[in-house]
Design a protein around this ligand. Sequence first.
Ligand code: MLC
Ligand code: AMP
Length: 524
Amino acid sequence: MSNLNLFSALRAAFPADLDAIAVETADAGGPGLCYSWRDLDRATAMMANMLASLELPEGSRVAVQVEKSVEAMLLYLATLRAGYVFLPLNTAYQSAEIEYFIGNAEPAVVICSPKNFGWVSQIAFTAGTKHVFTLGDDRTGSLLERAAHCSDLHTPAVKDNDDLAAILYTSGTTGRSKGAMLTHGNMRSNAVVLKDYWGWTGTGGPDGRGDVLIHALPIFHVHGLFVAIHAALLNGSKMIWLNRFDPRTVISRMREATVFMGVPTLYVRMLAEPALTREAAQGMRLFISGSAPLLIETFTEWQQRTGHTILERYGMSETIMLTSNPCHADARYSGQTERRGGTVGFPLPGVSLRVQDDAGQPVPLGEIGGIQVKGPNVFGGYWRMPEKTAEEFTADGFFKTGDVGRIDERGYVTIVGRSKDLIISGGYNVYPAEIEGYINELPGVAESALVGVPHPDFGEVGVAVMIAKPGATVRPEAVIAELKAKLANFKIPKRCFVVSELPRNTMGKVQKNLLRDQYAKLFT
Ligand code: MLC
Ligand code: AMP
């Protein structure tokens, strides 16, 4: 059997000149380190050998909550190489959140930032995890110390398409987070399609040596971890690597690059910089946006300022990428060349996408309904949640995305909303049910509703509206302070209001649409 390990596919695409630069770090004030392709190969071999030396059971999860660094990416690749299952966790998560993920996923290995070792290791050891290592964003920590003693030769573990490669936690309409299980086949098929669809042909670089990607996204979500990294590696493309997004640094490095991927907030922040000019972006080939709706104003302003048309695409943790606006005219795909603002383009090759009404019937072209998808990129199910998995798939095997949209007569898909109660803030997902649960437990609070309202920087942010218990006084500042102690910072409502009653329909259900309208102009 040939080895279908995703790492093997990525490794096979490394350029022949292994001494060429694969990654260059670019954070302002940082050391500006260069990693060759040989460095990537050797370091992932050493880390994979280190993981193998732990003699973990087949299918073991490696949970990772560390600051972004090149070494953190290498750890991801090493986990694939060794054949284990990578479980990335947002660095903003606090102890209650981490306790849930570790308890649910039961990882064999946990890797955390050195500064968090005390509390993370306590949670991990209590949950039965045997190995806890640390990894700092400055090449420190016990993981690298251990790996330094391991061989730099390693044969990738043999994997089949259906073998689990990663678990990404994501929430649905209610309840706790669910671990979306992605296989080597899901990830490889999507990466191969995107390499072709986005024209990573290796001819576009200013030095004639192929595409160069500016990587400025976090690496604990699909966008920065899979879409960006797989595309660059599969094309043997260099990455200019920022541990933290900084608009000025990105703009200043555009002259050496060809591709940039960002959530809309990154584009909004770059537009606020006078340095963003046509000249600064001249050598760039492709600007890609996704993870949240790109406002038409941002799309148009970017076009006017830089002369480039942002390519918007759509995806999710359970499916990786689903649709994309066209990159170049190609008869094999839509044949269309227009990147239409406000749309997310066409289903990617291999992806079947349909729009259905609540009764499970297809809606006529141009009408709105629930988006359902099928394809080799679509996950197999949620970790240890067969009932949830069954609920989210139709009888004929389509996954219900929870997004609401339409397909126009030319085939462009537009997302008009979500049937799932979800706020997307700066590209991060905030689940109202989770935040409301925490608020409702606070002393004096009778009930609460969290709604998403427009925000000029984050696109959308959460606003909490609460009712106090009879005779109790609830102070909004105190609520925010309490939540900050328990939840990841991006989940904290940007404003809280105490009201005497919440608007309800005849069934007694809170009418969030009315609250959204009421607070729509709060930040704009
Ligand atoms: C930071 N803050 C946010 C926030 N990010 N608030 C709401 N939403 C966010 N996204 C708040 C913090 O709580 C803090 O508040 C203050 O802003 C400063 O924090 P920071 O960490 O210094 O912020 P910054 O570094 O500026 O981060 C902003 C950002 C970041 C836009 C760079 O949010 C980001 O990298 N977003 C990208 C997310 C992403 O990669 N998503 C892909 C998902 S994959 P305070 O009050 O504490 O000071 C997916 C599938 C697909 O969706 O299709 O791709
Ligand atoms: P996540 O669960 O973090 O993977 O988020 C996936 C969700 O992000 C999708 O279900 C969509 O609601 C949203 N999303 C991703 N890309 C886009 C886009 N281009 N436009 C609108 N929403 C998007």
